[in-house]
Design a protein around this ligand. Structure first.
Ligand code: ARG
Length: 647
């Protein structure tokens, strides 16, 4: 049930006789921003008239005359230079109301189902999960829910990185530095410590090695700048060159100070210093452990088998807090036995060729190749992703594959899509649903004071703790019992974090901000949750029997402009979801819910509900309240956010 779709359908045959590009004309039929222009506006007559040389107002009038709108619209006006303003008939809206009130899908129609595999979250295990993984988990989970709700056959797959170089580092760390006690008490924390330690020591040696050369570069560039400053060069050219050099200098200085920090962290700590001296070749040795694992070494395989379940348990902990689960968790290790065949097949088909000892697929428009086997024989992330595509098509019959992964992997996915297409998967629709970075106040990737990327789990705990304070502050009368407060804090905290992520355009970076995220007013989960709780409060106070209310759907009246605007909003739920699907953008759903909550708030200011004396108006307004609450609750659920009835 969509009023917009209905109007577009009426105009479609008319437009088809006027233009080849019906779709772009249809996209110019929209709901009106201002009710004084009716409920919907069609602005397509002007551009069409320009092409055909007819006066725009005349063309608009012709379109209106031919569109057969009598049963749908109360008034249709041609205004200004050729706008068409449409106001829907109230009896038509009442018919819609009867249908959506009785429908648990609130009138949202199912689409033609496709088999969709959505790859999201997909962290590298054995490293602590960080806030970057939050985005993929939250965006991916929302898209999964929306696509499934729209009727698609969706498989979510957590393509965990369980076979990468981090395991070599952990194996090396375990064999050299493990604290047995810590390991038996908290294996994952200890493994994470080992990972960080090996990383730190490797970085330290790399810094020591690279420092002299970098210092020389820094000196060089300073000299170049100095010379240029004193040169007789044309002023404009000089300015430009200086600007370029200074920016290079900035980058080099930054790299150098990063390096010095890494050195200093170890040099200033006698324990670390000792470890560093004792393991100068640590990076290479850790890589060797990875290679041994990959080539089937028994000891390393046994360690991997021991580490993995602990890592998975820690991950599940986070997913449980987030309320996210997957249909499949087929990580990189799952595909290992298929990789040799992938390379053989690509080679046989002439797609992959040997270049500098490595086996590569070259794309037309990308300088760097897609390396499917390195010169040392190792398969890569790319090989695994190709094997995964084949598996998903053969085993699941995937027609669409979505990858909810950081924008920084765009090159990888472009090459992957290009290779897959040429490999024989041209009819599979593959999309990189990319997203930006979470930033701290300093506009750099979000970090804690200690300099670590924030652990995801402690972040979620903090969200709930802060939300608890918000809940308590908003309940001065103490009407919520302790259990309710806790469960509301859970919904507000986790919901707040999710919403803050989802309401940004996914491609943008955004700054993580607790206060904004949990604010009671503004574009937040809290605001929408409160709107829903408020409606449920009305029902409690009025002791409303919802089943009875819903059986009176024919009572809906839309006399007041705010009532009408609210109802039209609820009625456009399916339109919003269609845009989420078309653009893979959860923020189109958050925007819809925010608008809905806002329109409810205006309605509630303008129109008394329980205090309304006229019974039929009161029933009508209660129906609107109920539809709003159901829309907010369902919409939040699709975002992965709970909607408490009381808060
Ligand atoms: N494990 C990767 C990372 O953390 C993301 C994997 C995304 N999925 C994929 N099929 N490549 O960067």
């Amino acid at each position: 049930m969509s009023a917009l779709q209905e109007i577009r359908d009426r105009f479609t045959p008319v437009l088809a006789s006027l233009t080849d590009d019906v779709a772009s004309s249809l996209s110019m039929i929209r709901s009106s921003q201002d009710p004084k222009f009716g409920d919907f506006q069609a602005n397509c007559a002007m551009p069409l008239a320009k092409k055909s040389g007819v006066a725009p107002r005349d063309l608009a009038q012709q379109m209106v005359d031919r569109a057969e709108l009598d049963d749908l619209c109360e008034t249709v006006e041609v205004a200004g230079p050729g706008f068409i303003n449409l106001k829907l008939r109230t009896d038509w809206l009442q018919q819609c109301a009867r249908e959506i009130v009785a429908d648990e899908r609130l009138g949202v129609q199912r689409v033609e189902p496709k088999k969709i595999v959505i790859d999201y979250s997909s962290p590298n295990v054995a490293k602590p999960m960080h806030v970057g993984h939050l985005r993929s988990s939250v965006i991916g989970n929302c898209l999964e829910s929306v696509l499934r709700f729209l009727g698609h056959d969706v498989i979510s797959d957590n393509h965990i990185g369980d076979w990468g170089t981090q395991f070599g580092m952990i194996i090396f760390g375990y064999q050299n530095f493990v604290d047995e006690n810590a390991y038996s008490n908290e294996p994952v924390a200890e493994l994470a410590r080992l990972y960080r330690l090996v990383n730190q020591l490797s970085d330290y040696h790399e810094a020591c090695r690279k420092q002299p050369a970098l210092e020389e570069q820094v000196e060089n560039i300073a000299e170049q700048i100095e010379n240029l400053e004193h040169s007789e060069e044309d002023l404009k050219k000089k300015k430009k060159a200086l600007k370029k050099l200074r920016s290079e200098q900035g980058g080099l200085n930054e790299a150098l100070s990063g390096m010095l920090l890494k050195r200093d962290a170890v040099d200033s700590d006698t324990e670390l210093q000792k470890l560093a001296t004792g393991h100068s070749d640590i990076a290479r040795l850790a890589r060797l452990e990875t290679a041994k694992l990959h080539s089937g070494d028994e000891t390393n395989r046994a360690l991997w088998d021991e580490f993995l379940p602990a890592c998975m348990k820690a991950l599940d902990h986070v997913y449980e807090k987030l309320g996210v689960s997957f249909d499949k968790t087929l990580g990189e290790s799952f595909y290992q036995s298929m990789l040799a065949d992938v390379v053989a097949d690509l080679t046989k088909k002439g797609l992959a060729i040997c270049s500098d000892g490595a086996i590569c697929v070259f794309a037309e428009d990308n300088a760097a190749p897609f390396i499917v086997q390195k010169s040392d024989g190792a398969f890569t992330y790319a090989t695994t992703d190709l094997a995964t595509i084949r598996y998903r098509v053969e085993e699941f019959g995937a027609q669409i594959m979505l990858y909810v992964v950081d924008t920084r992997q765009s090159e990888h996915f472009n090459l992957l899509m290009d290779t897959a297409r040429r490999w024989g998967y041209a009819d599979v629709e593959i999309q990189h649903v990319n997203f930006g970075t979470v930033l701290g106040d300093d506009r750099r990737p979000f970090k804690t004071r200690s300099g670590d990327t924030v652990g995801l789990e402690s972040l979620l705990d903090e969200a709930v703790a802060r939300a608890y304070d918000v809940v308590v502050a908003n309940d001065p009368a103490g009407s919520l019992d302790e259990d309710t407060r806790k469960s509301v804090a859970e919904a507000v905290g986790i919901g707040g974090i999710k919403y803050a992520d989802l309401h940004h355009n996914r491609e943008s970076d955004y700054v993580f901000n607790w206060d904004k995220m949990l604010a009671k007013n503004g574009d937040t989960a809290t605001y929408i949750q409160y709107a829903n709780a408020r409606i449920n409060g009305i029902f409690r106070k009025g002791e409303i029997d919802l089943a009875k209310l819903r059986s009176e759907a024919e009572s809906l009246q839309l006399e007041h402009a705010s009532e009408r605007r609210l109802f039209l909003q609820v009625l456009s739920f399916g339109d919003a979801l269609a845009v989420v699907q078309r653009e893979m953008r959860p923020n189109m759903l958050t925007q819809f819910l925010f608008d809905t909550a806002n329109r409810f708030s205006t309605f509630y200011q303008d129109c008394p509900v329980l205090k309304e004396e006229d019974d039929s108006v009161r029933t009508s307004r209660l129906l609107l309240c109920d539809l709003t609450a159901r829309t907010l609750t369902l919409g939040l659920a699709l975002l992965g956010i709970d909607a408490p009835k009381q808060m």
